[in-house]
Each structure stands twice: as C-alpha cells, then as structure tokens.
Design a protein around this ligand. Structure first.
Ligand code: ADP
Length: 316
C-alpha cells in the first residue's frame, strides 16, 4: 500500500521521530511511504518524495520537522482540498498520516470527507489536544521551560527580583502548570487558573515584608502584557520585576526520551491502524496505552483541566 505522511501547523520536537516510526514500520510491512513537503502545501502542489529506511536515519534526535511545515489558509477551501485529494489519487496513495495540532486535524477531517483515509497524530508542544494525555513535543518543551526558570531564579535571587516568565499554550495551560511546578513558581497563571492581579501584587508585597529574596511567576501567553505587569509589580510591591517572553525557544531542540518514545509508539500505531483498515481517527495515549478516536470527537474540543492544579497552591 502507498501511504503519505506530513507535518503541519506549529512544529514540535519529536515530529521527526514520529515520521521515522511511520516510515520504518511501513517498511517493515512492505508499504511505500511518501513524505509530503511543508504540510498541506505539498499535497496541493504535488511535492512528495518516497522515503525509505535510510532516509530517516539520524532523525530520532533531530528537532523540528525535516519534511517542513506551513500554514495554508487556502486549505479551508473545498477546491484546494479536492486538488490535494486528486494528487494523492493520481499517485495511488490511499492513506495519509497527518502530524500536527487541532488545525491539522480539522484539515484531515475535511480531507477524509473526500475519500482520503486519514489518521492524525498529535504533534504540538501545547498539549492542547483532547483525547490524549500527552502530545508529541510537550515533554521536551516543559524541560526547556524548566531550564529557563532555573536560570532566571539564580539571577532573580541575586538581584531580589520577581521574574515573570511567559510561556506558550493559549488553548491549554499545561505547559505553564507542569513547568511552574517543576520550577517551584510562586504563581502559575493560565486560562484555566486565572488570578486576581491586585491580590497577587499584595501577596508579593507581603513576601517582601517577610524577607523573601525573589519570586517566580509563570504565565501563559495572551493573558497579560507581561512587561506592563512587571512595571506594576516594581511600582507597588517593593521588589523590582522583569518579564521574559520565552517565545519560539520553547518549540526547538532535540526531543527528550519521553517524546522519542511517544512519537515512536504513535507512528507505529498509526501503521497498525491502517493495516487493520481503521481510518478517520486520531491517535492518543491514555493511561500509557495507545488509543484512537474519531476526528469529530476531538476537533475544537478542550482538554479537561489538569489535576496538577490542585498542587499549585499547596506546594508553591
Ligand atoms: P495546528 O495544526 O498546529 O493547530 P493550524 O491551526 O495553523 O496549526 O492548522 C494547520 C493547517 O491546517 C492550516 O494552515 C490549514 O492549512 C489547515 N486547517 C486548519 N483548519 C482547517 C479547516 N477548518 N479546514 C481545513 N483545513 C484546515
């Protein structure tokens, strides 16, 4: 059988490891696997290459995605998707594995309606996909953020500062809550866990009066203007405060062991689903077991609030 694989939307560490597992497992079963360049753009422009065992050697540890990724707004138009489906049909590619986030899943669901047999793998650092405990790239991004918090704490403590660290995850605060707990943050602010700014500043002032030397605030993007928040804290709490926006640093780097394992398991499982004739679904990990659910149950959904929030107040 001929199978296509693509990465789309925001890149995430471990996408290459997932492609590698798809190619190697496909090879194991005698399938031909085609790599589609730059996400849905490669489907529409017919930009695809045959991948073999050797073409993915060295990919397990490499960050980003060697197939490339783009955002293609034209894919929302039916005519564009029909062209993509025709290109696949003309090449005899029957099944397509798409690795990406919620938008990528929406594209795959729409493509499924044109007869393409699609399977989705959750590749995004944000951990914002329903139906899976973890997404490929999340664990590595948490490590990167924790490393940044540890470094910022050293300098905050030396200068008696409040450090504000803005992280990604506007649809899901898991990056902030996981990294905040690992980094010993005093405040973790996410869409699911908002704070009253005035109360927080009063608490910080109280910390100063108690003689504490620093505090760490981890906040999800798009909640505050973090530089203005730093100015307010500096003016009102007695501490000086600085904000650091981590930005795209969070997306890069070699995947950590947990992401390499998750990506390898998910890539292998996608081929097993194809072998079993199961399509129109996305793969997840639940209680450390591989699962699949129809796209329709997953797209536009939000993950339940993490149980870790109950820790935040007690251990910070
Ligand atoms: P992510 O997959 O990381 O959530 P995006 O939201 O940017 O990233 O989506 C990736 C791509 O998926 C988009 O650029 C577009 O090509 C395609 N896509 C997103 N939403 C839809 C949709 N409703 N219908 C068809 N294609 C979509």
């Amino acid at each position: 059988m001929k199978i296509g694989v693509l990465t789309s939307g925001g890149d995430a560490p471990g996408m290459n490891a997932a492609i590698r597992a798809v190619v190697r497992t496909g090879d194991f079963y005698g399938h031909e696997v085609y790599g589609i360049k730059d996400g849905y753009r490669g489907l529409v422009d017919n930009d695809m290459v045959l991948l073999d065992h050797k073409s993915v050697s060295g990919m397990l540890s490499r960050g980003g995605t060697f197939l490339g990724t783009t955002r293609l707004p034209e894919f929302l138009q039916l005519e564009t998707r029909k062209k993509a489906a025709k290109n696949l049909k003309d090449r005899g590619i029957e099944a397509l594995i798409t690795i990406g986030g919620d938008g990528t899943y929406r594209g795959a669901m729409d493509l499924s309606q044109l007869g393409v047999k699609c399977i989705g793998l959750p590749g995004t650092i944000d951990n914002d996909i329903a139906g899976t405990d973890y997404t490929i790239g999340f664990a590595t991004a948490v490590e990167t953020i924790v490393d940044a918090i540890d470094k910022l704490r050293d300098t905050s403590s030396s200068h008696q500062r409040v450090s504000i660290i803005e992280v990604m995850g506007r649809r899901c605060g898991d990056l902030a809550v996981h990294a905040g707990i690992c980094g010993g943050a005093e405040f973790i602010i996410t869409p699911e866990n908002p704070v009253n700014k005035e109360t927080m500043i009063k608490t910080i002032k109280h910390y100063k009066d108690e003689g504490r030397r620093h505090a760490i605030i981890v906040v999800t993007e798009k909640i505050f203007n973090v530089h203005e928040l730093a100015d307010e804290i500096s003016n009102l709490s007695g501490f000086s405060s600085r904000a650091t926006v981590l930005g795209y640093i969070q997306r890069g780097g070699s995947p950590c062991p947990d992401d390499r394992i998750l990506a390898s398991r998910m890539g292998e499982y996608a081929i097993e689903l194809i072998n079993d004739g199961i399509y129109g679904v996305c793969v997840g990990v639940r209680d450390n077991r591989m699962v699949y659910l129809p796209f329709a149950n997953i797209v536009n959904q939000f993950r339940p609030k993490s149980q870790l929030y109950s820790l935040v107040k007690k251990v910070s």
